[in-house]
Design a protein around this ligand. Structure first.
Ligand SMILES: [Ca+2]
Ligand SMILES: [Ca+2]
Ligand SMILES: [Ca+2]
Length: 220
């Protein structure tokens, strides 16, 4: 993956750079409309990934996209991949999760799609460790579902952006979430929020004063 950052966050025709994909690219061998091989590509090296090794995972081809569906004891995860620029390298473009309430797993509340690539409109973005997540123009929602060192590249309260915690661990209020915050400080214009035991930090790059707890929602 290129480390070049697409500052606009709006160019969805180029899936090889910018904020999409969570730092990974994928290659698929497609024969007669069926995915027969999957490779993860990192730094130009292709690693084969097993398909359906546990009978829980299927790949289908839907027009220009490859769709991976994984069903496990906790729920169903659907990941979509696309290759907009035709270089055979696919990026993850979205994920969605549907869990069952009586499973022991994480109970995420948002069951719509979360996107890796932004548009000029209002996006629901998946914030993943490893890259700055940018929403581009529009009133974007940034969803926090995993721990790690998370970075949001273009948070703007004045654009009606929101940070939505959907951790799956049953948090019910901002007050409860704030109980896990151990440090909040500015590093230049970047706001850094640290959580207990350093399980996660969230950095709002260049946000300055354009954010408050009013921009935060807690789903789970
Ligand atoms: Ca591509
Ligand atoms: Ca947007
Ligand atoms: Ca935005």
């Amino acid at each position: 993956m290129s480390t070049g950052q697409d500052d606009s966050g709006n160019d969805v025709t180029d899936d090889s750079s910018g904020s999409g994909g969570g730092g990974k690219a994928f290659k698929f061998t497609i024969v007669d409309g069926k995915v027969t091989e999957v490779f993860e590509v990192k730094d130009g090296i292709e690693e084969p990934k097993p398909i359906d090794d546990d009978n829980g995972e299927t790949y289908t081809v839907e027009s220009e996209e490859v769709v991976r569906t994984e069903i496990n004891a906790f729920g169903t995860e659907i990941t979509r991949y696309a290759d907009f620029d035709g270089d055979k390298l696919y990026s993850r473009i979205s994920e969605s999760w549907q869990g069952s309430d009586d499973s022991p797993g994480p109970h995420f509340r948002h069951d719509g799609e979360l996107n890796y690539l932004s548009t000029e409109g209002d996006d629901s973005m998946a914030v993943r460790a490893g890259e700055d997540c940018s929403g581009g123009q529009g009133a974007d929602d940034f969803y926090i579902r995993e721990a790690g060192d998370l970075r949001i590249g273009d948070f703007k309260s004045s654009e009606d952006n929101s940070i939505i915690f959907d951790t799956g661990f049953g948090l019910t209020s901002k007050e409860e979430l704030q109980g896990y915050v151990t440090d909040v400080h500015y590093d230049g214009d970047d706001l850094v929020v640290a959580f207990v035991n350093n399980v996660a930090t969230i950095t709002l790059v260049g946000v300055g004063a354009d954010v408050s707890w009013d921009d935060v929602q807690v789903l789970s």
